[in-house]
Design a protein. Structure first.
Length: 555
């Protein structure tokens, strides 16, 4: 960034800016500080959720790194919500909406206060993509850093995490676990600060941060409570100042090839279906033409190699012990798949940054020669049930084909009742509609339902499709983001009890076996549900949000 003209000059230079400088002196800045780059440290810190609980301390470390590198840093926060706390009730409608609010908050403070660059630190599912969206939108130099994963809990001699608690709810409903055992598990599952431990959405997006080049290589896997987190935060401050000095902006880093690298790491790691939604949204902010077809194209040539929960055995803290995300990236690079010439936030290319990365250990990360699955973890399906697409995580299930009668529910709660009351049988296809970006509104995740399905022993015998979303902790044969959503005229809104639905992953098909004449009759009679929120942020969101197939962005 040219030293002759920085955004911060608008508040630090000239006699007309005396009022702005007076305000900044009140928070500790000096005459010397006004000659330096003005940097922000933006975090999603709060005490609402363990994912963000410790970020205030990392912000101070990052501030120190900025100051030691010759700039001056000021800290501000965005909002964040906890998906784990919001899951299964009305509060979950605010989750995806918070992604937009986080990006908007970052944009507004950076724009108003005229910062030259930033360190962004995020800890939970929507704060990671929200920060990356904001950075892409403004295109100011900066470094992205993940707050780190939670450590596993211990329950009766085995490692557990929040996924186990959700699935235990289904086991209690089925009678295979007592409420006393559930309470014991509840007390042990989340032992401290950090984001949910498996390759769920937060850890998926953290891996993407490295793969897309915006986070330092190797920075994502260290647990939140590990001392290395503080050093990574300090280094992020230094890296951000260097990015300002070199004018290394996010859109130079997050190119189409970088997005392809990100899609590769999601597939190789068995990551969350939410990655599709968030990568489309970040690409939108970058002006990169990313389409659903790109996900299938890359999945077809990217093996699934990491044995990580929810489909596998291990968690992010285990991956850290064998070298972290760079191990996966190095396997992809050595196989000729990863674009090694992509820039990273340090100024190195991806290949340069991975030069000393360790090889696959063979247990947590398999070598390319013996992958867990030969195809990638995420597949986009289309067909008469989903003309504009739906997303399935095949890394968490062995099912590749399914055909059965629809069990149709308007909203998550009705489906949850059916599962816990034992009304879902082997061979059923659970259909949950009116949960899309507009119809929800907010496209709720449904870990409560999918966890209950697994806990009830139905994980390999039923399928589930929805125009809503799934948690990264979801496993089983679950297809989300079905487009168009019900309230926008999608076939999912026309399905009736007993309709036959067929799914073929190999053919990328999701079909409703009802003839077109009957669908036209139903379409003519269809009445969308009354909007749930006549005012407020959820009402505004429903008016402005686009389809999941484009990332559910406000445009």
């Amino acid at each position: 960034m040219s030293t002759s003209r920085r955004p911060s000059d608008d508040v630090t230079k000239g006699f007309r800016r005396a009022p702005a400088r007076a305000m900044l002196r009140a928070v500790g800045l000096t005459d010397e500080d006004f000659t330096k780059p003005q940097m922000a440290v933006a975090t999603s810190w709060n005490q609402v959720t363990p994912c963000n609980y410790h970020l205030d301390k990392l912000a101070v470390d990052a501030q120190r790194g900025v100051n030691e590198a010759g700039a001056v840093a000021l800290i501000f926060n965005t909002i964040a919500v906890s998906d784990g706390i919001a899951m299964g009730h009305e509060g979950m409608r605010a989750s995806l909406v918070s992604r937009e609010n986080i990006a908007d908050s970052y944009e507004l403070v950076m724009h108003a206060e005229r910062f030259d660059g930033a360190v962004t630190i995020a800890g939970c599912d929507k704060s990671l993509p929200g920060m990356l969206m904001g950075m892409a939108r403004l295109d100011l130099p900066g470094c992205f850093l993940y707050g780190g994963t939670i450590m596993p809990g211990k329950f009766r001699g085995r490692d557990v995490n929040i996924q186990d608690v959700f699935e235990a709810v289904g086991a209690v409903a089925r009678g295979t676990m007592s409420e006393e055992e559930l309470l014991e598990l509840e007390k042990e599952a989340c032992p401290g600060a950090g984001s949910c431990g498996g390759m769920f959405t937060a850890n998926t997006m953290a891996s993407i941060g490295e793969a897309i080049g915006m986070a330092p290589i190797g920075s994502s896997s260290a647990p939140a409570t590990h001392e290395r987190r503080h050093e990574w935060a300090r280094r992020a401050g230094e890296i951000a100042v260097n990015a300002v000095e070199q004018d290394l902006r996010p859109r130079r880093i997050m190119t189409k090839q970088a997005f392809e690298n990100a899609i590769m790491v999601v597939n190789a790691g068995g990551g969350s279906t939410n990655a599709v939604l968030h990568l489309l949204a970040i690409a939108h902010e970058c002006g990169v033409d990313l389409q659903l077809e790109d996900f299938n194209r890359i999945a077809a040539r990217t093996p699934h190699i990491a044995d990580l929960k929810p489909g596998g055995q291990y968690v992010m803290a285990d991956l850290d012990k064998v070298g972290g995300v760079p191990v996966i990236l190095k396997e992809l690079l050595d196989a000729g798949l990863l674009h090694g010439d992509c820039l990273t936030v340090t100024g190195q290319t991806m290949a340069e940054a991975l030069a000393d990365a360790p090889n696959a250990d063979g247990t947590i990360v398999h070598p390319m020669s013996s992958p867990m699955h030969t195809d990638g973890g995420l597949i986009v399906l289309r067909g008469t049930a989903a003309p504009e697409g739906g997303v399935v995580k095949v890394a968490s299930t062995g099912i590749r084909q399914f055909r059965g009668p629809a069990r149709v529910f308007s909203g998550e709660e009705a489906a949850m009742d059916a599962v816990v009351e034992g009304r879902i049988k082997d061979g059923d296809v659970i259909v949950i509609r009116d949960e899309g970006p507009v119809g929800g509104p907010g496209m709720r995740e449904m870990l409560g339902v999918t966890g209950a399905v697994m806990g009830a022993g139905l994980g390999e015998t039923v399928a589930l499709i929805t125009d809503g979303r799934f948690s990264g902790a979801t496993r089983g044969f679950c297809i989300g983001h079905v487009c168009p959503e019900s309230v926008k005229g999608g076939p999912i809104g026309l399905m009736e009890e007993g309709d036959i639905i067929s799914i073929d992953v190999a053919e990328h098909r999701l079909d409703l076996e009802v003839d077109e004449a009957e669908l036209e009759r139903r379409r003519a009679a269809y009445q969308p549900p009354t909007p749930k929120y006549p005012r407020g942020v959820l009402h505004k969101y429903a008016l402005l949000v686009g389809p999941a197939s484009n990332g559910a962005v406000l445009d």
